[in-house]
Design a binder for this molecule. Structure first.
Ligand code: MRU
Length: 336
């Protein structure tokens, strides 16, 4: 697998640089962030998005705070308030807090954030290898949202599996669904895969059941924002619908995620906080109003897919197998 030629998150000398994902695919613009408040707003407004990338941006946010002399407890609290669902944010901030509680020197904080960055890239590479074993030759793979290099340090999670299968010479075709309302599939997944020369076709979210019914989908693979101890998966709104459709058609539904996405402190997915975003994302498309003025709208940004609908979970520690809870317990055990 080759690394991509864009960097969603980069840090140097007290400045965080983010590829502005709100501007893709039209413009590839890198913006610099020099304060914690600016970084927190960038996470909230999805300049940077995707569970591991959010964690990484927050980790660098602590380093930026140390450079500026911003109290680290304030920076930590502000960054924790940005987005509630992806556990990687809290996981990364916990790692940084462990360092700053021992002293507020900048160098150890920078080293820790760089370690999170490098580990995530290595984990994604490994997730790709683990998952690609389950992708047959000549497969049509559906993916939802964007769990690609844009959402991680490098390679992606679901898209790492696709990239690994492709680089092994398997003939694969990808169906990217649009992923209303934010259009991560239409805007980001297609952009990434086209740059890598991977065969990708954009479909409407509502076309999934039709294509599955016609035998035009071999399997689906998505990322995750938080996975509970029993294997329930929080991911982008619409994931549960995709998993339900795949289950009805007896097709495999796979999830790919680093261990940093697994939250063993929660027994089930019912305990995962689901972010509700602005109604405007539903009533408008690209700032153009598509619904009547004054209409009520709801915008839950994530949903929970029951573990029973997930055929396998690919992590850097291996695949859990169909009994996700059992698999998580065995691969997290230090004796195995
Ligand atoms: O709201 P987003 O775009 O941050 O949601 C992203 C997703 O749901 C991804 O599937 C998930 O974070 C995994 S990214 C490797």
């Amino acid at each position: 697998m080759k690394p991509s030629n864009f960097r969603p998150v980069a840090y140097d000398g007290g400045v965080l640089t983010l590829l502005d994902q709100t501007r893709l695919p039209q413009d590839e613009i890198y913006e610099q962030f020099k304060t914690v408040e600016a970084i927190a707003l960038a996470i909230e407004h999805m300049v940077v998005r995707g569970a591991p990338a959010i964690g990484l941006a927050a980790a660098y946010g602590i380093v930026v705070a140390a450079h500026r002399g911003t109290p680290l407890s304030e920076a930590d609290a502000r960054l924790r308030r940005t987005r509630p669902t992806a556990v990687n944010l809290f996981w990364a901030l916990d790692r940084m807090k462990h360092v700053w509680l021992q002293g507020t020197d900048i160098q150890p904080l920078e080293d820790e954030a760089h370690a999170i960055h490098q580990e995530d890239a290595a984990n994604c590479l490994r997730i790709g290898e683990v998952g690609a074993e389950f992708i047959p030759d000549d497969a049509t793979i559906l993916t939802h949202c964007n769990a690609g290099a844009l959402a991680t340090a490098e390679y992606g999670t679901a898209l790492a599996v696709i990239r690994a299968a492709h680089s092994q010479g398997k003939r694969i075709r990808v169906l990217a669904d649009e992923t209303r309302p934010w259009l991560q599939g239409a805007r980001l997944t297609t952009w990434e895969l086209m740059r890598d020369g991977i065969n990708v076709t954009l479909i409407c979210d509502s076309a999934v059941a039709h294509l599955a019914g016609r035998g035009e989908i071999s399997c689906a693979i998505t990322g995750a924002d938080r996975i509970a101890k029993n294997g329930d998966v929080a991911n982008k709104i619409g994931t549960r619908g995709v998993a339900c459709i795949l289950q009805m058609h007896e097709l495999p539904f796979y999830v790919a995620a680093p261990w940093s996405t697994i939250d063993l402190s929660l027994e089930t997915g019912a305990q995962i906080a689901i972010e509700e975003r602005s109604e405007q994302e539903v009533t408008h498309i690209a700032n153009h109003r598509t619904a009547p003025e004054g209409v009520a709208a709801r915008n839950p940004a994530f949903d929970i897919t029951p573990a029973a609908w997930v055929s396998n979970l690919f992590t850097e520690r291996g695949a859990t197998g169909q009994n996700i809870a059992h698999g998580l317990a065995s691969i997290s055990s230090p004796t195995l």
